[in-house]
Design a protein around this ligand. Structure first.
Ligand code: SF4
Ligand code: SF4
Length: 456
């Protein structure tokens, strides 16, 4: 069936949201109470506990893949949108302040989850912590709904808002009006009408957008509400060629730029830890810092994350931004925006590769996670006898596929990055040279690592 006809159906997305809400509750139920203090045990338990396996190795990578290829479709079925919109209907409906609107709450929330949640307290390895994290997300979504108007959680708080927004710039699809002329003459403007704001379905846009003026994919969460509300049937999900938004004149906020800098550091780390040699290289500075400062335990993870996801990427971006500023005499924000947008395709391509690596490498755990959803007995069994995991399929089918994508994906990312450089406005040829240098250095880090890894 045509996707636009589906979006028009009154209960199409809410029904799916109720389903994902049920799945979320079951995932939390399957993880609560399952915990360990043994870090070696947690490395196996994360894959044998069914909830943990689904959330971190399948659900999360799938969201990334979807955002890159088809845009923010995850948001349209996200249960947080359902609960926060419902809370918004009965809540205080206060206007969000400047801090929320700046986007820094999203960036900070994401950085806290990444640095403290994942790399300090290992919420991705200990099911009980993952359940607590998901409950916190629900609580924040409900509280935000009760305090602020419309859908403030989705627009200004959701920790993955910037990530999905930036990656959806690459997507093959978009939601736009069919004819802006019809909108100009539209008297009712149901898609932004105040009276429609708190309807269950057919709401006006509660993400502060006017569909006729959407220029890129970043802020539209594809909830389809405007699609249903438009009485002129003038809104549609449309196909587009890959990544046209990246060549548009996009102005990123400082919060989005900071967010992307952290993501780029995270993606470098995620690819480097796949091969023991590159893992040793990337861990050299954090290990040295922790050793020098005599830091161990959880705090060592915090220091590692700050160095790899904040310090080093900031240095990388600063070097090229300073060069651009000096040579091109551009504003700082324009220099950083240009750099972020040209680095984005390579980063996204590597995030896709990581998603592929993660989902395929967990295949041998599925039979254990299904027969013992809690995963404690299975983890014990596998630790005592690692040969129990059947890796034949990984070696014969998955490994050659990974080798293929490990080369092809960074190359596609690199080509796309050059395309963006060509489309960006540069005041002189030195500025182009700086952009090319930044992309070449960034992508060669991946390409060299991946080629050497797959050859050994
Ligand atoms: S309701 Fe439809 S036609 Fe009217 S302004 Fe909104 S999108 Fe345009
Ligand atoms: S523009 Fe339409 S689909 Fe996009 S967020 Fe607003 S209401 Fe939802």
């Amino acid at each position: 069936m045509n996707i636009n006809r589906l979006f028009k159906k009154r209960y199409f997305l809410p029904v799916i949201q109720f389903f994902t809400l049920t799945v979320f509750v079951l995932l939390i139920y399957g993880a609560i109470g399952i915990t360990t203090r043994d870090s070696d045990f947690s490395m196996v338990l994360r894959n044998t506990n069914l909830s943990n396996l689904i959330v971190w190795s399948y659900w999360w990578p799938l969201i990334i893949v979807m955002a890159i290829l088809i845009g923010r479709f995850w948001c349209s079925i996200c249960p947080m949108e359902l609960v926060t919109s419902f809370a918004g209907k009965i809540g205080l409906k206060l206007k969000p302040g400047g801090l929320l609107k700046s986007g820094w709450v999203i960036t900070s929330f994401y950085a806290i989850i990444l640095i403290l949640g994942i790399h300090t307290f290992a919420i991705h390895r200990i099911p009980q912590y993952m359940a607590i994290y998901m409950l916190i997300l629900f609580a924040v979504a409900i509280i935000a709904g009760l305090i602020w108007e419309k859908r403030t959680f989705c627009t200004y708080i959701c920790p993955i808002g910037h990530l999905l927004g930036l990656y959806s710039l690459l997507s093959f699809s978009k939601l736009r009006v069919k004819d802006t002329g019809i909108c100009e003459n539209c008297k009712t403007k149901d898609c932004i009408s105040k009276s429609n704001q708190y309807k269950f379905t057919g709401r006006s846009c509660t993400s502060e957008l006017f569909p006729a003026r959407i220029k890129d994919n970043r802020s539209c969460i594809l909830c389809g509400q405007c699609h249903k509300s438009c009485t002129k049937d003038n809104i549609a999900i449309q196909k587009q060629r890959f990544a046209p938004d990246l060549s548009a004149d996009i102005k990123l906020s400082w919060a989005e730029i900071a967010f992307f800098i952290v993501v780029s550091g995270f993606v470098v780390y995620e690819i480097f830890i796949e091969w023991k040699v590159s893992k040793k290289i990337i861990m050299a500075i954090p290990d040295w810092a922790n050793h020098t400062l005599s830091i161990s335990g959880n705090l060592a993870g915090t220091i590692k994350a700050i160095i790899l996801f904040v310090l080093l990427p900031v240095i990388f971006f600063m070097i090229f931004a300073v060069l651009k500023k000096v040579i091109e005499k551009e504003s700082w924000i324009r220099s950083f925006t240009q750099l972020a947008l040209i680095i984005l395709p390579v980063t996204a391509s590597m995030h896709l590769l990581k998603a592929l690596l993660k989902t395929t490498s967990r295949i041998p755990y599925w039979s254990y996670a299904i027969s013992d959803p809690e995963g404690v007995k299975s983890a014990d069994l596998i630790i005592k006898n690692p040969n129990l995991l059947n890796n034949d399929f990984l070696a014969s089918v998955v490994s050659p596929t990974i080798s293929f994508f490990a080369i092809i994906l960074p190359v596609i990312g690199l080509i796309l990055s050059f395309y963006v450089i060509r489309k960006q406005e540069h005041t002189n040829r030195y500025s182009v040279t700086i952009s090319v240098m930044a992309v070449l250095i960034y992508s060669s880090i991946f390409l060299t690592t991946l080629i050497l890894w797959r050859m050994t």
